[in-house]
Design a binder for this molecule. Structure first.
Ligand code: AMP
Ligand code: MG
Length: 375
């Protein structure tokens, strides 16, 4: 299959700074008429697959009400069939059609965070097929805050099932070129909307129980949610430092090894200078074994390392930059052909939980606590 490329770069996607509501609506109404969007929407209506930008990561979209179309997503990604998809909508009017009930908590959260990087779990309506929800009685729904995504969904007139547009297990895609790397020839169309804003997948909250429960951390933090609706519980798998086979994550996708670069990856936790000294010692050791070594560092620390490939993920003073470039940097290590990656850790700051959750999974939970005595 030939994958069509539609270039629509240049539409504002920055999360911080803010795209005002009117500005966003203006862009969406212009984009709905754009020949590229109209063409992509037709592909979706016919059951095809279209990769498109959202403010979190690139999504691989299909008609979420068509089991066969959703099945094509699983095939293209190589995704396990018990890992359900998120339905993307463009307006609140679409929600009652796909869910059985809208709890009060969900109304409050939608008012505060939609459109935006928040996914909520609802009891599903009958029209949502098992092929989309992996056989669950619930459905995940999100309204993305990206003009291209909103215009495409509105133009197709369908809820669009869209997981991240990467091969299953690989780092999520944050540019259209990464999508091409993973999906070329497997899908009908890629819309290039430039680099995404957030860079990590949406926060997922289950609103079907007594109290809201966070199933996956993201740009919308626990504190932000609690400000809107009071106490929010955390699914324990979010902060797990080791995978525990006895605990079943409530978001089925959280159990898979994810975001993983091809190289072996080790996270080094501790004080900055000790971590750098430890990584340099380990680098020498690995190089003596004939390995090519990568280090995932920051603007502040990159000069401290002597590895073959030292990549800065962003600035410690601006943790959004770390979130935005994390998956991209993991892919760059693959391209550079390193055998092992040593990475710093990022606990502090509101996005620390989301960043560390992705990094721990990318590293297969291999974390080294660096003490002074190790250096
Ligand atoms: P992705 O679209 O690749 O970011 O993955 C979607 C995530 O949402 C996965 O972790 C799924 O397990 C999770 N998810 C989707 N639907 C549900 C649902 N009904 N209940 C719980 N988690 C869900
Ligand atoms: Mg994914």
């Amino acid at each position: 299959m030939e994958t069509k490329w539609i270039a629509l770069d240049g539409w504002q996607t920055e999360m911080d700074g803010g795209l005002e509501k009117e500005q966003l609506e203006g862009q969406v109404s212009k984009l709905k008429e754009h020949p590229g969007i109209v063409q992509a929407a037709k592909i979706l209506q016919k059951g095809g697959l279209v990769a498109f930008p959202t403010e979190t990561v690139y999504g691989l979209g299909a008609n979420g009400l068509d089991s066969e179309a959703a099945g094509r997503i699983y095939a293209a990604k190589g995704r396990p069939s018990d890992n359900p998809l998120i339905l993307h909508i463009a307006s609140m009017e679409e929600l009652p059609g796909i869910v059985r009930e809208i709890p009060e908590t969900a109304k409050k959260l939608a008012k505060r965070f939609w459109p935006g990087p928040l996914t909520m779990i609802f009891p599903k309506a009958d029209c949502v097929p098992d092929g989309t929800t992996g056989g669950l009685a619930t459905v995940a729904v999100r309204m993305p805050k990206h003009p291209i995504a909103l215009a495409l969904i509105a133009c197709a007139g369908l809820p669009i099932a869209a997981p991240s547009a990467n091969r299953s297990g690989r780092p999520s895609t944050t540019t259209a070129w990464h999508v091409k790397e993973d999906m070329d020839g497997q899908i009908d169309c890629i819309i290039d909307g430039g680099e995404v804003g957030v860079g990590l997948e949406s926060t997922i909250v289950d609103v079907t129980g007594e109290k809201p429960m966070m199933l996956r951390p993201g740009y919308i933090t626990k504190e932000m949610l609690e400000e809107a609706v009071g106490e929010v519980f955390l699914d324990p798998v979010i902060t797990a430092t080791q995978p525990d086979p006895t605990i079943k994550p409530k978001a089925p996708g959280m159990k898979y090894r994810h975001y993983a670069p091809k190289a072996e990856m080790l996270l080094c936790e501790g004080r900055e200078q000790e971590v750098a000294a430890y990584i340099n010692t380990q680098t020498e050791r690995s190089q003596k074994e004939g390995k090519r070594v990568g280090v995932l560092a920051t603007e502040q620390t990159r000069a401290a390392y002597r590895a073959d490939v030292v990549l800065s993920v962003g600035s410690r003073e601006k943790e959004e930059s770390i979130a935005r470039h994390l998956f991209q940097v993991l892919r760059e290590f693959d391209e550079a052909g390193v055998d092992v990656i040593y990475s710093e850790c990022f606990e502090e700051g509101p996005l620390g939980m989301a960043i560390m959750n992705r990094l721990r999974k990318a590293a297969g939970y291999r974390v080294i606590q660096v003490e002074e005595s190790d250096v």
